[in-house]
Design a protein around this ligand. Structure first.
Ligand code: CP
Ligand code: NVA
Length: 304
C-alpha cells in the first residue's frame, strides 16, 4: 500500500472499472500475453490464489501456483536465492507468507516486481479491492468514516495505511492487547498531520467506532498462524461482534465488508454478513478486477 501514491491508486481503480466492464461485455484484452506470474503460498488461500490465477489467464498470461511445501524454499533454500533464480524465469512474483520481512527480502533480491499476497502484517491487495468496492457503490471514500471492529491484524494495519492514501476517517475498535502495529499507526498519523478529511483513531468501544460509520468492516479473530491462541482470542474478543445493534448505530447508508473467510456467530452475525447492507460477494469479485489492473501495471510491457 505504501508503494502506491494517490494518483496511481486512482489510475488503478479507473483501469479496474474498465476491465470489469470489458469482461461484462465479453471483451478480454490480451495485455499480458506471454507473461508468467509465479505465486508462492506458505499459507492457505481461496480468493487470492484463484483471482490472481484467473486474472493472469484472462489477460492472456499464465500463473504458476508454487506451494512452499513443494519447492526448495520449504526445505530451507533462502528467500534471496529463490528470488534471484525465479526472477530469471518469471515476469512477476507473488508471495503469501508469515513474516513481512520475507516479502521485503524477496523484493530486495528479485529483479521482477513482487506482490504481497498477504503477510502477518499487511494485506494490500484486499484493501485495494475494498476501497474500489466502496467507491463503486458510493462514489467516493474521501472524507468518509470507516470503522474497523476487532483484531488489529494485517487487515487493520493496511486500512491504516490506506487512510493516508485515500484520505478517509478511520476509527479502529480493538480490545486491549490486540491493537494494530504501533509503528504503522504512528507513521500514518504523522503522514496525515492535520488533514480535515482524514484521521486515524484507536478506541476500545466498538459502539464509539460504529457511530455514524459509512463503512463497517471486520475480520476473523483468529488469523492464519494463530490457531493455537484460539481459546484466549475467543475470550478476548467477546463484545466485538458486528451485529445488527452495532450496524444500527452507523449511517443509514452504511456498507458492511469482510475480506472472507468469515465466521458467522464470531466476528460477525449471520444476519449482518448475509444481510442487505453487506457487499461481501461484490467485494470478493472485485479482487479479480482490481488485481488485473495491478498485474497490468506491474507486468505489462506498456502499462496503462
Ligand atoms: N480474503 C482473502 O485474501 O482470501 P483468501 O485467504 O482465500 O485468499
Ligand atoms: N487476517 C486474516 C486474513 C485472511 C484473508 C488472516 O491473516 O488469516
Amino acid at each position: 500500500m505504501v508503494d502506491l501514491d494517490a494518483l496511481e491508486m486512482q489510475a488503478l481503480f479507473s483501469r479496474a472499472a474498465w476491465l470489469k466492464e470489458a469482461r461484462q461485455r465479453g471483451h478480454a484484452p490480451q495485455t499480458l500475453q506471454g507473461r508468467v506470474l509465479g505465486m508462492i503460498f506458505e499459507k492457505a488461500s481461496t480468493r487470492t490464489r484463484v483471482s490472481f490465477e484467473v486474472g493472469m489467464l484472462q489477460l492472456g498470461g499464465q500463473a504458476l501456483f508454487l506451494s512452499s511445501k513443494d519447492i526448495q524454499l520449504g526445505r530451507g533454500e533462502t528467500i534471496s536465492d529463490s528470488a534471484m533464480v525465479l526472477s530469471r524465469f518469471l515476469d512477476g512474483l507473488l508471495l503469501r507468507t508469515y513474516s513481512h520481512e520475507n516479502i521485503e527480502i524477496m523484493a530486495k533480491f528479485a529483479s521482477v516486481p513482487v506482490i504481497n499476497g498477504l503477510s502477518d502484517t499487511f494485506h494490500p491487495c484486499q484493501i485495494l479491492a475494498d476501497i474500489f468496492t466502496y467507491i463503486e457503490k458510493r462514489g467516493s471514500i474521501q472524507g468518509r468514516r470507516v470503522a474497523w471492529i476487532g483484531d488489529g491484524n494485517n487487515m487493520a494495519n493496511t486500512w491504516i495505511q490506506a487512510a493516508v492514501k485515500a484520505r478517509f476517517h478511520l476509527v479502529l475498535a480493538c480490545p486491549e492487547h490486540y491493537d494494530p502495529d504501533p509503528a504503522v499507526l504512528m507513521a500514518a498519523q504523522q503522514a496525515l498531520g492535520n488533514d480535515s478529511e482524514a484521521s486515524i483513531q484507536l478506541v476500545r468501544d466498538p459502539r464509539a467506532a460504529a457511530e455514524q460509520a459509512d463503512l463497517l468492516t471486520t475480520d476473523t479473530w483468529i488469523s492464519m498462524g494463530q490457531e493455537k491462541e484460539q481459546h484466549q482470542r475467543l475470550q478476548a474478543f467477546q463484545g466485538y461482534q458486528v451485529d445488527q445493534s452495532l450496524m444500527s448505530l452507523a449511517h443509514p447508508d452504511v456498507l458492511f465488508m469482510h475480506c472472507l473467510p468469515a465466521h458467522r456467530g464470531e466476528e460477525v452475525s449471520a444476519e449482518v454478513l448475509d444481510g442487505p447492507q453487506s457487499v461481501i460477494w461484490d467485494e470478493a469479485e472485485n479482487r479479480l478486477h482490481v488485481q488485473k489492473a495491478v498485474l497490468e501495471w506491474l507486468l505489462s510491457p506498456c502499462p496503462f
